[in-house]
Design a protein around this ligand. Sequence first.
Ligand SMILES: [Zn+2]
Length: 284
Amino acid sequence: MTLIELPEAVTIAGQIQKELKGKRISSGVRGSSPHKFAFTGKHSNDEFAAIVREKTIGVARANGSLILVDLDPGYVLSLGCGGEHILCHTSEKTLPQKHQLLLSFQDDTHLTVTVSGWGEVRLLEQSQVASHPHLKNNQISPLDDEFTFAYFRSLLNELPENKRVSAKYFIVSEPGILGVGNGCLQDILYRAKIHPKRQMTSLSNEEGEKLYQAIKRTLKEIVKLGGRDSERDLYNKKGGYQRILHSKVVGYPCRECGTPIKKIQYLGGASYFCPSCQAEQSLI
Ligand SMILES: [Zn+2]
């Protein structure tokens, strides 16, 4: 499955815009294979089919790990935000047997979405987009110029002094860096040389700045390379960004210092780190 985080959402939204913009929908089938954790919004499957018919694919964009695709006129399809295969097809032969969404276009091409784990296949009216439950309008994307060090420092300064907030929690939960999940987190912390359990209030100014730079640089690099090598794009192609830390490097030497890479389970997911570069002894 493809776990969609910010770089994958940006990649796939860009591909949808390039490949599908202007195409007219001949039919839309949702829920051929009902899925408990697919967030579908308020429409029944029949209503969905009636609404999307004859609509035209418009602008596609990412917001965090969400992919928002305009269905002109008047509607928006919300995808992503979890584990999904979002694929385009030039023939019926490659259509998956199970899917939560099949859009067929008048030129006999198709788009399918298969949810694994959880994910969005939600239809919204344009006017409802602002109140989308997963849309984060109050957060600045780490890919934007407005994501400055001053902004990042303000997030740090807002942490209550007596509250223990770890680096992982700070980045993927609260306040959270828009669209960054446990996947992109690993290389960000490795590059910043910060342990996932490190208390954020104990970071020096220099470490704070290093973390800020690591967030920006890592995400920009992953976007540039079309996503992570563990995830797939609209054409079922793996991303070009080779992850530094992942399950297969556990026990192998760190590329910087040679110390074997460790794995821990922490906050509902695996964390990989170099115990030397990411200073385990800095944990208080
Ligand atoms: Zn190391």
